[in-house]
Design a binder for this molecule. Structure first.
Ligand SMILES: Nc1ncnc2c1ncn2[C@@H]1O[C@H](COP(=O)(O)OP(=O)(O)OP(=O)(O)O)[C@@H](O)[C@H]1O
Length: 353
C-alpha cells in the first residue's frame, strides 16, 4: 500500500503540488488524470524517489520512504517504470533489455536469478515479443518498443509499476491494443499500477480508481463510473467528458435553470457540492432533443457532425453553447433549426447514475 500524507512539492517559489493525500492499495490500478502542468509527473517522480517532497510524507507498506529529511532512492524501492519515450538502450537487444533488470533489481526472486533465460522467455511471451528477442531497438516498431519497455519494467515483478503517459507516442489503433495488453499484464502481475495520463478515455477504460488533478491539487478521487456520472466539481465535470454546466437553482431535489425559470428538471445524480454552487451538469447524451413544438428549452442548431453511431450537435441556448449527442436513429436536424431540449428522466439515462 502507498500512502501520501499532506505531500507538497515546490520548485523554488512555485508550488507544483499542494498538500496531496492519497492511498493506493496492492493490486489497484490508479490513473492520475489532469491537464498539462497540473503536477502529474511531479507526483510520479516523488513516488519513484527521484526527489523528496517539500513537506509531507510518503509511506510504502507502512515504511517511510520520503519526507523533507529522508529519501529512499529508486533502486531501493520495489518499483518498475515505463515512460512515454520508451527509454531503450540502442546498443542492447530485446533479450539484453529484459535480463538487465533481472540482474540488477535487488528484489528479483532467487529462482529467476538462477534461470534468467526462462524468466526472460516468460516475460517476452507475456508481451508477445518472444520471436524478436535478438532485435535491436532500431529494428522494432513503436508498439514493439513500448512492449520492450513494459517487459523490462515487469520482469523483476515489482510491487509498484509507475507509468508516465506510456501510450502517447503510439498511433490510435496501437494505443487501443496496448490498453488491452496493459490490463492483461495488470491482471497477471497483480502489481499496483500508477498510470499518469491526460487522456480521459484511457483513464476511464483502464483504471480501478481515477485521481483527477488540477493546478497541483486533487479535485476528486473515485471509480471511473463515479468520476463520470457524479463529478463533484465543475472542473471534473468538464474535463472528464464534455459536460454542459447549466446554471440555476436547486430546490427540493429539482433544478430550475436560471435562463428558464418556468422549467424544472429531476435530479439525475448530481453531487451535493455542485448543487450548492448552483450547477446542473448535463452530459451530451443526457439531453432529449425534439423539434420546436416539443417540451423544454428552445435553442438553435449551430453545427451538426455525423459520428457513425451518433450525431453531435452544438446548440445555442440563451447565448450559451451546449453539446448534444443523439443516436443516428433519432430525428436529424440541420444548422439553423429551432429545437427543444429537456433532460432525460433518470430511468432513461444511458449511463449509470
Ligand atoms: N524542475 C522544475 N522547476 C520548475 N518548475 C517545474 C519543474 N518541473 C516541473 N515544474 C512545473 O511544475 C508544474 C507541474 O509540472 P509536471 O511536470 O508535474 O506537470 P504534468 O501534469 O506532468 O504536465 P504534462 O502533462 O505537461 O507533462 C508545471 O507548471 C511545471 O512547469
Amino acid at each position: 500500500m502507498i500512502q501520501l500524507h499532506d505531500v507538497s512539492k515546490q520548485y523554488g517559489s512555485f508550488t507544483a503540488l499542494h498538500s496531496v493525500n492519497l492511498t493506493m492499495k496492492h493490486g489497484e490500478f490508479t490513473a492520475i488524470l489532469g491537464p498539462s502542468g497540473c503536477g502529474k509527473t511531479t507526483l510520479l517522480k516523488l513516488l519513484a524517489g527521484f526527489m523528496e517532497p517539500t513537506s509531507g510524507e510518503i509511506q510504502m507498506d507502512g515504511s517511510l520512504v520520503a519526507s523533507k529529511h529522508q529519501l529512499i532512492p529508486p533502486e531501493k524501492r520495489n518499483i518498475g517504470m515505463v515512460f512515454q519515450s520508451f527509454a531503450l538502450w540502442p546498443h542492447m537487444t530485446v533479450y539484453d533489455h529484459i535480463v538487465f533488470p533481472l540482474r540488477h533489481h535487488r528484489h528479483t526472486q532467487d529462482e529467476w536469478k538462477k534461470d534468467m533465460v526462462a524468466r526472460v522467455q516468460h516475460v517476452l511471451k507475456m508481451v508477445g515479443l518472444d520471436q524478436l528477442f535478438d532485435r535491436y531497438p532500431s529494428e522494432l516498431s513503436g508498439g514493439q518498443k513500448q512492449r520492450v519497455a513494459l517487459a523490462r519494467a515487469i520482469a523483476p515483478l515489482p510491487d509498484i509499476l509507475l507509468m508516465d503517459e506510456p501510450l502517447s507516442a503510439l498511433d490510435v489503433e496501437l494505443r487501443m491494443d496496448m490498453r488491452t495488453e496493459i490490463q492483461r499484464i495488470h491482471r497477471e502481475t497483480k502489481a499496483c499500477i500508477v498510470y499518469v495520463t491526460h487522456d480521459q478515455g484511457e483513464a476511464l477504460a483502464m483504471a480501478d480508481k481515477i485521481v483527477v488533478m488540477n493546478k497541483g491539487k486533487i479535485e476528486q478521487i473515485g471509480s471511473p463510473e463515479d468520476i463520470y456520472t457524479k463529478p463533484e466539481t465543475a472542473f471534473v465535470a468538464s474535463f472528464v467528458g464534455k459536460c454542459n454546466m447549466v446554471k440555476g437553482k436547486w430546490e427540493e431535489g429539482r433544478f430550475t435553470p436560471r435562463a428558464f425559470p418556468w422549467e424544472t428538471w429531476p435530479d439525475i445524480g448530481v453531487a451535493e457540492s455542485l448543487k450548492q454552487e448552483g450547477f446542473c451538469p448535463v452530459r451530451p447524451e443526457q439531453w432529449a432533443m425534439a423539434d420546436e413544438s416539443g417540451e423544454g428549452l428552445k435553442g438553435t442548431v449551430l453545427s451538426v457532425q455525423y459520428q457513425g453511431k451518433e450525431v453531435h450537435y452544438v446548440i445555442e441556448v440563451e447565448e450559451e453553447k451546449w453539446t448534444v449527442h443523439q443516436s443516428i436513429f433519432s430525428r436529424r436536424y440541420q444548422a439553423g433549426d429551432t429545437v427543444s431540449l429537456a433532460v432525460k428522466a433518470a430511468e432513461q439515462q444511458p449511463v449509470f447514475v
